[in-house]
Design a protein around this ligand. Structure first.
Ligand code: GLA
Length: 384
């Protein structure tokens, strides 16, 4: 569906001409489970977006519908629920709730949401809904915030309203992604550098089509384990506020002191931060072989130390090895299913897609979806 069609559907439902905002999903090239440790990540926005169409109402109601998901959700802006209601509209509602908490005067509105980011695939469909909704609701309220602040408010909605303790990566890149580039983002300072995707390289995203139920619970457990690590290291050095502050030497000295599981989790995060910085440098130098090695190491670490991979992801990663044009790949996102990301030479990308589909299907009996992606711009209002 394009913006004109969405506007016309909106017109049929609400008899008004809407403004439309778009926010993309993302794929993360390297730097996994580092964002909530104040570390480094390297995501790119991709060509799947969520669209939110909006027009004002004269009363204090917020009406939220989707063109494909169930239900018409109606709320009173002055009595918004205090936490998630367990429906897809939670991401929209959460953003309105945060804005209200911050004392913004919101106007009554009709919304229509159209999502193209595959749901449950680890490509940040939720961040895309949050960011597009935030821009839409803010535009009616006349609220202007710099994009990094929009990212923070969306994360707050997800942390405090939806109840998922995610980091800043997804919302940030959905706001500030740049066509043809990944962002090397420092999740502590929110400073970032643009990392051009090398010419002739395609991002091939392979959806395992599984998402294991443990994902959300295990995510929060990993966060708690990292916090335990921080408490341990901070005992000796109060300047340590996050695993970001722990050196590899300090980590190694703790090998026989830290509980084994906590040591594994800390090892992943601390070394993954370094890998991400190294990968950014290798990208700059055009050293794709090095990038490939770092991505492979990242996957092994997520599998063996952080323990957030799963059989299907491992099979998808292994299936890429040796295929023509393949430069490097790994699982991407939170884990326990979802997608792998692969850097593949453009001219081989279609063949790569066909062959990895076959290999994965033989091993698992599941037909994967393969998306040939490029890095795209972050959120914006859509003219139509
Ligand atoms: C999810 C979260 C992100 C990040 C990744 C893991 O996508 O939303 O904040 O923690 O997992 O890197």
């Amino acid at each position: 569906m394009n913006a004109v069609q969405l506007a016309s559907q909106f017109q049929d439902l609400y008899a008004a001409r809407p403004k439309i905002f778009r926010a993309p999903g993302r794929v993360n090239l390297i730097g996994e489970h580092t964002d909530y440790n104040d570390g480094f990540v390297m995501p790119a926005a991709i060509g799947f977006s969520t669209y939110v169409a909006i027009a004002p109402r004269s009363d204090r109601k917020l009406l939220i519908r989707s063109d494909e998901l169930d239900g018409l959700h109606e709320f009173d802006l002055d009595h918004l629920p205090e936490k998630r209601i367990g429906a897809w509209c939670d991401y929209v509602l959460g953003v309105a709730w945060v804005l209200r908490q911050r004392g913004e005067e919101l106007a009554g509105a009709n919304l229509l949401v159209h999502g193209e980011v595959p749901i449950g695939a680890g490509l940040s469909s939720s961040a895309a809904v949050e960011v597009a909704s935030a821009l839409a609701v803010m535009s009616l309220a006349g609220t202007h915030l710099p994009l990094p602040e929009v990212a923070k408010l969306c994360r707050e909605a997800e942390n405090n309203f939806v109840g998922a303790r995610v980091g800043i990566m997804d919302q940030f890149v959905s706001c500030l992604g740049k066509a043809g580039h990944a962002l090397l983002l420092d999740c502590r300072s929110l400073e970032f550098n643009l990392a051009p995707i090398p010419p002739g390289i395609q991002l091939v995203v392979c959806n395992t089509m599984v998402k294991h139920d443990v994902a959300a619970g295990e995510y929060n457990t990993r966060r708690a384990e990292c916090e335990e690590g921080v408490r341990f290291f901070a005992k000796d050095d109060p300047k340590i506020r996050a695993l970001r502050d722990v050196s590899v030497e300090k980590l190694e000295q703790s090998a026989n002191v830290l509980p084994a599981v906590i040591f594994k989790r800390c090892s992943h995060v601390i070394r993954e931060n370094q890998r991400t910085l190294d990968a950014a440098r290798a990208f700059k130098d055009g050293d794709l072989r090095r990038v490939g090695d770092l991505m492979r190491e990242s996957h092994c670490s997520l599998r063996d130390l952080y323990e957030v991979s799963c059989r299907e992801l491992d099979i998808m990663v292994d299936s890429a090895e040796g295929l023509p044009g393949f430069c490097g790949g790994r699982m991407t996102g939170g884990g326990f299913g979802g997608c792998t990301v692969n850097l593949v030479r453009e001219k081989s990308a279609a063949d790569f897609a066909a062959q990895i589909t076959e290999r994965y299907r033989i091993e698992t009996g599941i037909t994967p979806q393969i998306y040939l992606c490029t890095a795209e711009d972050g959120a914006q209002q859509v003219a139509y």
